[in-house]
Design a protein around this ligand. Structure first.
Ligand code: TPP
Length: 651
């Protein structure tokens, strides 16, 4: 018997299915997601948790006209499978294939290209208000996870929605997990609702009612109200969402499509803001997810899926987007690991050090720090703004906070970096993981703007290590420094082995000269230093002798080095894994101009003025000309333009 899934080409195909068929379809969707994510990686647990919710939403609404906005949108694999992308699903997160998030370029059912948490309510409210201005009437639904509801901006949205009173439906997808367990007082509040005995009884009653009541309307709404009232009465204190102006309904079992559908039908046409509380299980149906939801959050590439059905033949994957076989694990350490080990070692030496992250204990490596030094560790939730303001307080009181946050997520805290930290001159150490091309997650996650958004602030020091040893030394230096310091490092393994290749101690604002040559110079920053050395080696074999300098600092810039490079070489090529606008190369050009050096000699290589698609980091760096060969080609072009050597270089 063929799969039901193979007959679902658009949400319209879901509507005639019986609940029996829906259960079968849900199982097929889970199998497909498991199969694919174990080859491509991806947000397995989050996606498996919303299978029934996705089906119920698409059966209750018509999102070819209504609008469905997913918070973060990392959970949308079931949504992709039922909105006409089944044939391309096996290209998920592959370069040229489907994105791991919603993407309006892929489907009219995707409203936004999202990847950062907490903004679904605000944007959905905006769409609703915009529709009002344009004289359009359509329903708008925002789906928000309990983890994303820890983000401050989510409350800004709820606050405004409760005030404006528009017909916004917010679905709270409560699975008790962010990437790790959801932290914060709000999660305790939701726990109280969930574990409440009265709620459990009322839920039983609701189930009976659902079974008795024919699909619809007033009676169902009454049933939901009964449960909501029971919850309100039993959970101590006020209902947070009602106080914010929402009609609160639920909680509803998020894996019972029938109950979900009836609940959605009951609230669909209500007036005013409504919050439907849906309880789901992260990784539902995945072996071991009940005991280890954190591990189920993301699939490990090359891991073994837990299949119940036999997989469909690999159909439809465009030739260019074939799933690449899993790479064997590399023996070396990642920058993240080196950072975590360095932070622990330094914290053991210096009692003032505390470490902080925003809902990414594993991603930043700080889970290790928590194990060793639990009293000096904080996970603030998906609250980058709060996290940095909180760090400022820690520093004001004399502690030495290390705030480990991905480059792309720290963007959230732009004002706190300026206002709470830099203006106060406080020694917060910002450790920016995933700085540069982040890889398969794509443009929402590439961390390529941080130099530009941190460089303008007076007192800020910006550094980037070329390898693991330098990361340790930079962190050590930053802890001993009395102003804010940002250290960026990529999503990659460190290029060095056990012994450092170069040992020049870190000095404020001083670059490290690695080799000297007379035909030109490469001034590289952070992750680009080793590829620059490699490029120089390739060119040396062709007779081009280049100076290579590890810049170490993007702020303050080593002016002396800039002047010497310009004076002693026909060209200076700056290389960075960051956008060219306002980045490292711009800082060098500014310094050259200020120092009266010949700015015409400087050429900048970095990320151009466009959002970079998803794909494996090495592949994207190659496309961007930021691998060794690309740097060599750029340097050769500079040399040709400068007339050295006389004959053209073929690479
Ligand atoms: C601003 C921001 N910070 C951190 C992240 C990383 N992140 C991606 S998903 C996620 C957890 C989201 O939890 P929840 O909303 O409950 O969804 P679930 O995966 O549990 O379904 C986090 C922290 C992010 N996407 N955006």
């Amino acid at each position: 018997m063929g799969r039901i899934l193979d007959g679902v080409n658009s949400p319209a195909d879901l509507k005639p299915l019986s609940h029996e068929q829906l259960r079968q379809l849900a199982a097929e969707i889970r199998d497909e997601i498991e199969l694919v994510t174990h080859q491509t990686g991806g947000h397995l647990g989050s996606a498996l948790g919303v299978v029934e919710l996705t089906l119920a939403l698409h059966r209750t609404f018509d999102f070819s006209t209504d609008r469905l906005i997913w918070d973060v949108s990392h959970q949308v694999y079931p949504h992709k499978l039922v909105t006409g992308r089944r044939d391309r699903f096996r290209t998920l997160r592959q370069h040229g294939g489907l994105s791991g998030f919603t993407n309006p370029a892929e489907s009219p059912y995707d409203v936004y290209a999202f990847g950062h948490a907490g903004t679904a309510v605000s944007t959905a409210l905006g769409v609703l208000a915009g529709d009002g201005h344009m004289g359009r009437a359509r329903k708008v639904v925002a789906v928000v996870g309990d983890g994303s509801l820890t983000a401050g901006v989510a409350y800004e949205g709820l606050n405004n929605a409760g005030w404006l009173g528009k017909n916004l439906l917010v679905i709270l997808n409560d699975n008790r997990w962010s990437i790790s367990q959801t932290v914060g007082a709000l999660s305790r509040y939701l726990d109280r609702i969930r574990s409440n005995a009265v709620y459990r009884e009322a839920k039983h009653e609701l189930k009976n009612l659902i079974e008795r009541v024919p699909l619809f309307g007033g009676t169902m709404e009454k049933a939901l109200e009964t449960v909501a009232h029971a919850v309100k009465g039993a959970v101590k204190g006020v209902n947070l969402f009602e106080e914010l102006g929402f009609q609160y309904y639920g909680p509803v079992d998020g894996h019972d499509t029938e109950a979900l559908e009836k609940a959605l039908l009951a609230v669909r046409d209500l007036t005013g803001p409504v919050l439907l509380h849906v309880l789901t299980e992260k990784g539902h149906g995945h072996e071991g997810a009940e005991t280890d939801a954190q591990r189920a959050h993301a699939a490990k590439v090359g891991g073994r899926p837990t299949l119940r059905l036999s997989p469909a033949p690999p159909s439809g994957a465009p030739e260019a987007c074939k799933i690449e076989p899993p790479q064997p694990p590399k023996a070396t350490k990642s920058y993240t690991q080196v950072f975590a080990e360095s932070a622990i070692e330094l914290a053991k030496r210096d009692k003032r050090i505390v470490a902080l992250n925003a809902a990414m204990p594993d991603g930043t490596g700080l889970a290790k720090f928590e194990k060793e030094l639990p009293d000096r560790y904080y996970d603030v939730g998906i609250c980058e703004q709060h996290g940095i303001a909180f760090s400022s307080g820690l520093a004001l009181a004399g502690a030495r906070p290390i705030a480990a946050i991905y480059s792309t997520f720290l963007q959230r805290a732009f004002d706190q970096i300026m206002h709470e930290v830099c203006l106060q001159g406080l020694p917060v150490v910002f450790c920016l993981d995933r700085a540069g091309i982040a890889g398969d997650d794509g443009p929402t996650h590439h961390g390529v703007f941080d130099i530009a958004y941190m460089r303008p602030f007076p007192g800020m020091v910006l550094m980037a290590p070329k390898d693991g040893h330098e990361l340790f030394r930079m962190l050590e230096w930053a802890i001993g420094h009395d102003t804010p310091v940002g250290i960026r490092y990529p999503r990659a393994n460190v290029p060095d082995g056990d012994e450092p290749l170069f040992r020049k101690p870190i000095q404020a604002g001083e670059a490290e000269w690695l080799q000297e040559g007379k035909h030109g110079a490469i001034l590289a920053y952070g992750s680009m230093v080793y590829p620059a050395l490699d490029a120089a080696r390739r060119l040396a074999a062709l007779g081009l002798e280049l100076t290579v300098v590890n810049a170490r600092f993007a702020k303050p810039v080593d002016e002396d080095t800039v002047v010497r490079l310009a004076a002693g070489h026909p060209f200076v090529l700056t290389v960075e894994e960051h956008v060219l606008q306002g980045g490292f190369g711009s800082a060098i050009l500014e310094a050259a101009s200020l120092a009266g050096a010949d700015v015409r000699k400087f050429v900048r290589l970095g990320i151009p003025d466009r959002f970079i698609e998803h794909g494996a980091r090495p592949k994207l760096l190659e496309i961007l000309g930021l691998d060794a060969l690309g740097i060599a080609r750029s340097a050769a072009k500079c040399a040709e333009r400068a007339g050295v050597p006389a004959r053209p270089i073929a690479l």
